[in-house]
Design a protein around this ligand. Structure first.
Ligand code: NCD
Length: 351
């Protein structure tokens, strides 16, 4: 397909399904933009790679072996929205596989302050680095950059590390990787009952993981949110198309006994237009020492973090609390993704 230069606004009018084909090269994923890009087969291989990396990093000679794999590659972390875990786990993942890199976190220190467009800034980065990992507040902007750089012929892979309220595909990977590890000896991810709680309208992490879970079969989902923060129509349509049995509610305590997995989220009030979420009683969407007693003994609790009051910190020592392990899994899955993008994952068997 011949591509024409489009404005960002026009680019966003293209259907998502059409855009997805731009992000592949030679039948492999090239840019990582949306969780709908990941097939079951891709995930299974990536999870095996992450397991191997985790195992290999336990030994000093393993650490050295991994360092050598991508020593010749450099990554730019371009994060214009705040980040702790995604930034640090990508940085650590780069270090695990030996990549060096640079970072832009405050555009006011770049030539953007002189009036340079973000597009030109990123084009400059693509001339110095082999990979761009980026987070931006505009939905679809990393996709647009991937498309623009491909047109200029100076394309490098771009990983979307969070695009506004829309997507966070690598968070979805680490979430599903955590579910995969947790349910490995219990029949796997299919056939289980999942609960998602909180700001399901604007939380890109929770949106992305819900999209990704539809790769599995026979799922039941309880979608628990204040009415004004319920899932958006695109996601609901996707769940229906994929035969997921869904129940939308705002009564958390009523659904807790049914869940195999509970995914908590914070209110995303940075996207408020005029403080509208401050009037929501979010205490009904919190896990406490009291209502955790309603949950199954072997359920697991996830949270993309950062948290506010949705999970009382005294619950961190409960064996069902998986969120600290979940963020650590993020580092291994991201290291696996780096090896995949540079076609190096097969080298692990050399160890
Ligand atoms: C999430 C994000 O930035 O979307 N955090 C993360 O990447 N782990 C969730 C959030 O900010 O609430």
């Amino acid at each position: 397909m011949r591509l024409e230069i489009e404005t960002f606004e026009n680019f966003l009018k293209k259907p998502v399904k059409e855009r997805l084909s731009y992000y592949e090269k030679e039948e492999r994923l090239y840019h990582i933009m949306r969780s709908q890009q990941f097939s079951l087969e891709f995930m299974e291989k990536l999870f095996d790679t992450a397991d191997l990396i985790k195992f290999i990093t336990r030994k000093p000679n393993g650490v050295e072996f991994l360092h050598a794999l991508l020593k010749h590659k450099r990554a730019m972390l371009y994060f214009t929205q705040p980040s702790t875990r995604t930034f640090l786990s990508f940085l650590s993942a780069c270090q695990i596989v030996g990549m060096s890199g640079g970072e832009v976190r405050d555009p006011s220190l770049s030539s953007e302050i002189k009036g340079e467009t973000q597009e030109d800034g990123l084009r400059t980065i693509s001339s110095y680095f082999d990979l761009i990992i980026m987070r931006d507040s505009k939905a679809g902007f990393s996709e647009y950059m991937a498309y623009l750089l491909d047109l200029t012929g100076r394309s490098v892979p771009i990983i979307n590390g969070g695009s506004g309220k829309d997507q966070h595909p690598t968070q979805a990977l680490l979430d599903v990787y955590t579910l995969h590890r947790s349910f490995q000896d219990r029949g796997g991810i299919s056939g289980k009952t999942y609960g998602f709680v909180g700001d399901l309208l604007r939380g890109r992490a929770v949106r992305s993981v819900i999209y990704l879970l539809t790769r599995y079969s026979d799922l039941e989902m309880y979608i628990v949110a204040p009415p004004s923060l319920q899932i958006a129509p695109d996601l609901e349509e996707h769940l229906t198309e994929n035969n997921v049995k869904i129940h939308k509610t705002d009564q958390l305590d009523e659904v807790l006994p049914y869940l195999d997995s509970l995914y908590m989220t914070r209110v995303q009030d940075e996207y408020d237009l005029s403080g509208e979420s401050s009037i929501i009683d979010y205490s009904k969407f919190c896990l406490t020492p009291k209502n955790i007693g309603l949950m199954k003994k072997d359920a697991i609790i996830l949270h993309p973090l950062p948290r506010r009051k949705e999970i009382d910190p005294v619950l961190d020592s409960d064996p069902r609390a998986m969120y600290w392990r979940q963020l650590r899994n993020g580092m291994y899955i991201r290291a696996a993704l780096l090896l995949y993008l540079f076609k190096m994952e097969h080298r692990l068997v050399d160890y």
